[in-house]
Design a protein around this ligand. Structure first.
Ligand code: SF4
Length: 230
């Protein structure tokens, strides 16, 4: 039996304009999913036959294009113009969302208020839910030991992304926006939320919520990230 070649697009190494996923005359390495996974390509393509999915995807692509200027100039050079906040607002209008669900981390409460104000200014109704909503205690609900808490010796509320999702599901939000949930808590939110969710920002306690900063400095100041097991 032929060895299954798992996709490794991150290791592709082919120039962006010469990749087979970008160019019909392009090429791909032997682990290339565009070359190898024709069954899944067809299967995913058929999902877009659902009119609602197709329209959502179409508008996402339109939004993507509108984030660049001078698209008709040759040779084309990327010229970006829109912040993520603007992009989220414009996309929300494109899908005709009236009600936005904003889920945020208690550590970004100030940012959540600012963001909520911007969404309101852009005409959306905003349902916002903090991570600690419902005050579920870590030791009671999750069997967290005292030494595993942030503030040892206290009764600590756990993040409750399932409740955040259920509240937004109940409110029938039409687009959810995630602001700074923890790793894993965000995963649970994605799993339980019924409306589509987009991410405004992810949490990184060290870099001002810019995890790529550690990546850009991983050749020196964060070199330890490359050490197996740290
Ligand atoms: S799909 Fe193929 S060509 Fe495109 S990045 Fe992945 S491996 Fe490279």
């Amino acid at each position: 039996m032929a060895e299954k070649k798992e996709p490794k697009c991150a290791k592709c190494g082919i120039n962006i304009l010469e990749k087979i996923c970008m160019n019909p005359q392009g090429k791909g390495p032997d682990f290339c999913p565009t070359k190898n996974l024709t069954g899944l390509i067809d299967e995913s393509r058929s999902e877009y036959d659902n009119p609602a999915v197709k329209e959502f995807a179409r508008l996402a692509s339109v939004q993507e294009g509108e984030c660049y200027l001078e698209r008709d100039k040759k040779p084309y050079v990327p010229h970006c113009s829109k912040t993520r906040i603007q992009e989220v607002c414009e996309f929300g209008h494109k899908i005709e969302a009236q009600k936005i669900g904003l889920v945020f981390c208690v550590g970004l409460s100030r940012e959540a208020e600012m963001l909520s104000n911007i969404f309101s200014a852009q005409g959306f109704e905003v349902i916002s839910v903090i991570c600690k909503v419902g005050r579920m205690l870590k030791e009671e609900a999750l069997d967290i030991k005292d030494h595993e808490k942030i503030m040892i010796g206290t009764k600590e509320a756990a993040c409750n992304p399932i409740l955040q999702a259920k509240i937004l599901n109940d409110a029938e939000t039409e687009l959810n926006v995630l602001l700074g949930l923890c790793v894993g808590h965000d995963s649970l939110f994605f799993k339980y939320a019924e409306a589509y969710t987009t991410v405004l920002a992810v949490k990184d306690r060290v870099t001002g919520h810019n995890p790529l900063a550690a990546l850009y400095t991983s050749n020196l100041y964060h070199l330890y990230l490359n050490r197996p097991g740290f």
